[in-house]
Design a protein around this ligand. Structure first.
Ligand SMILES: Cc1ncc(C[n+]2csc(CCOP(=O)(O)OP(=O)(O)O)c2C)c(N)n1
Ligand SMILES: [Mg+2]
Length: 543
């Protein structure tokens, strides 16, 4: 921790704290009001990655976090810089991704005076974060950062914001009594005030599980954030309890594991949704129980474990982290689940999708299946559109953090910048982005970041010359198409401008080989021309 009785510039104290807490990368973009922080970074071991847009910085921090299980950090200047972060912060907020969001601000005496770039950033970010700390002085800045770090250590996940006026960053701070200050602040923090309910309800939970004949675990990303992946596996295997997952929880148990039923809910597998509709107890671990997930759940008793009280629902609401919960219930005696599992297994864990078409124009599902087959050990990053659904349905996720997507918020333009974060977090792995021609054009400036750092990224643009999913929606529900066809630029010329090798494919069999070639020449861009009229299968009605 910070040395006692030492006066130092606030910006230096903050950067030193980040360094001592293991922060390796910050994804950001500078501006005048945050310059003291950049000056402190200059001589620190924490590495700054210059993104070309602040939205990219937030998505990169998100991709870093989701692919590593550790907090991501993004940084921007006051006003326009801070507001450009919002898309990525909201994305992280909706999926509870641990992210520290640092913004500069105009000097204190100018705030609220409508000077250049003055805006109430904290009020904008407040509904998108677990908490925002607005540093009124250097002590509060350091306290805020320490508290944020403690909140993450306590298992809270989601973005936490620290707002730093320029003059606060430049002032000197005596870092003597921070331990006490931070503790006081944690008590004040609303989220941690909540009484822990783990001890109170654990015996009730155990009794319910022991009485159950048809138990089901629903694993969310909280399992991954709590580092409870092996706890989950041991628990499920020991007691022979089947496991369904949410989308962000995919990979918490390998999807080829015998007990893993795949995703549950609107886009769930038949096996998962059958289990969700027919179980007599659902252990919902580290998930939000969104409306899409609830589609796959029947009338059942729900034991819900989460560190965020705001999302807790179900019959037994247990505030706490999944790892603690699994340890507490590890030794109970469960009834034989053999018959229950056999009944579930009469339903398919696979999606019934044909991908061997030899058609030209190339079917997107065939192209995407080839991309998936060629990138077995890579981290795959999805964007938003029809291609997302194909990846969702066709990819088997075998490890946590290997399929990233923009989830509950679903912004287009997530894929390319999130891949930057994933590549920095996983230098030994390849990263493959699957993105539409529409979404690619929302954040393509990050090709510069990818190219500058020579990242091991292959970008596959699935080009259907349209905002495909919206086009499908218009076909289904409206009389005609309007403003959904794209007149695209030459994507290979764009790659060339960013000094990146590239190729275009348009026939069956070519995408697989192109990705394999791409792995040898990364960074690499592949434009895959696909059928402009092919839509995605609509979700099946779940009985
Ligand atoms: C920032 C943002 N704007 C708009 C949308 C609504 N939207 C979702 S998917 C989509 C079209 C995506 O087109 P493209 O990237 O080409 O993918 P495709 O559906 O063609 O595969 C739109 C407009 C969104 N999710 N995010
Ligand atoms: Mg498209």
């Amino acid at each position: 921790m910070v040395m006692k009785n030492k006066a130092m510039r606030c910006a230096d104290a903050l950067v030193e704290l980040l360094e001592k807490n293991g922060v390796k990368f910050i994804f950001g973009h500078p501006g005048e009001q945050i310059l003291p922080f950049y000056d402190a970074l200059r001589t620190s071991k924490v590495r700054h990655v210059l993104m070309r847009h602040e939205q990219g910085a937030a998505h990169a921090a998100d991709g870093y976090a989701r692919s590593s299980g550790s907090m991501g950090v993004c940084l921007a200047t006051a006003g326009p810089g801070a507001l450009n972060l919002t898309m990525g912060v909201a994305t992280a907020y909706k999926d509870s991704v641990p992210m520290l969001v640092i913004t500069g601000d105009v000097p204190r005496k100018l705030r609220g005076k409508n000077v250049f770039q003055d805006i109430d950033t904290c009020r904008v970010l407040e509904p998108l974060t677990l908490k925002t700390f607005d540093a009124k002085n250097p002590e509060e800045a350091v306290k805020g950062l320490k508290t944020a770090i403690k909140m993450f250590e306590n298992g809270l996940t989601g973005p936490i914001h620290l707002n730093l006026p320029k003059d606060v960053l430049e002032e000197s701070v005596n870092v003597s009594s921070f331990e006490e200050l931070v503790n006081e602040d944690i008590k004040l923090s609303i989220k941690l005030q909540n009484e822990k309910t783990m001890d109170k309800y654990i015996s009730k939970a155990i009794k319910s599980i022991e009485n159950s004949q048809r138990p089901l675990i629903l694993a969310g990303a909280g399992v991954i954030w709590a580092d409870a992946v092996s706890d989950l596996r041991n628990f499920a295997e020991k007691n022979k309890i089947p496991v369904a997952t949410t989308y962000p929880g995919r990979g918490a148990l390998p999807e080829d594991h015998i007990l893993c039923l795949g995703m549950l809910g609107t886009r769930g597998t038949e096996a998962s949704n059958f289990a969700g509709k027919n179980c007599d107890i659902l252990l919902a671990l580290g998930c939000r129980l969104s409306e899409r997930t609830l589609h796959g759940i029947g009338k059942t008793k729900i034991i819900h474990v989460n560190t965020d009280d705001d999302v807790l629902r179900g019959d037994l609401k247990i505030h706490g982290n999944v790892s603690e919960f699994l340890k507490a219930v590890y030794d109970f005696k469960i009834q034989d689940t053999g018959e229950w599992i056999s009944r579930i297994m009469e339903h398919s864990k696979e999606y019934d999708i044909q991908t061997d078409q030899d058609d030209v124009p190339l079917k997107p599902q065939r192209a995407i299946k080839e991309i998936i087959n060629a990138s077995e050990d890579a981290i795959m990053v999805n964007d938003a559109g029809t291609h997302t659904t194909w990846v969702t349905l066709l990819k088997k996720v075998k490890e946590p953090g290997t399929l990233l997507f923009s989830g509950g918020f679903g912004p287009m333009g997530y894929g390319v910048p999130a891949a930057v974060g994933a590549a920095f977090a996983n230098p030994d792995k390849n990263v493959v982005v699957v993105v539409g021609d529409g979404g690619f054009q929302m954040t393509l400036q990050e090709l510069a970041t990818i190219s500058q750092h020579n990242l091991k990224v292959v970008i596959c643009i699935v080009n259907n010359s349209s905002l495909g999913i919206i086009k499908q929606w218009q076909k289904l529900h409206y009389d005609g198409l309007y403003e959904v066809e794209l007149e695209n630029p030459d994507f290979l010329e764009i790659a060339r401008a960013y000094r990146m090798d590239s190729e275009r494919v348009d026939s069956p069999g070519e995408a697989f080989n192109a990705v394999k070639r791409g792995f040898k020449e990364m960074p690499y861009l592949i434009e895959v021309i696909v059928d402009t009229e092919e839509g995605i299968p609509l979700p099946k009605v779940i009985k």
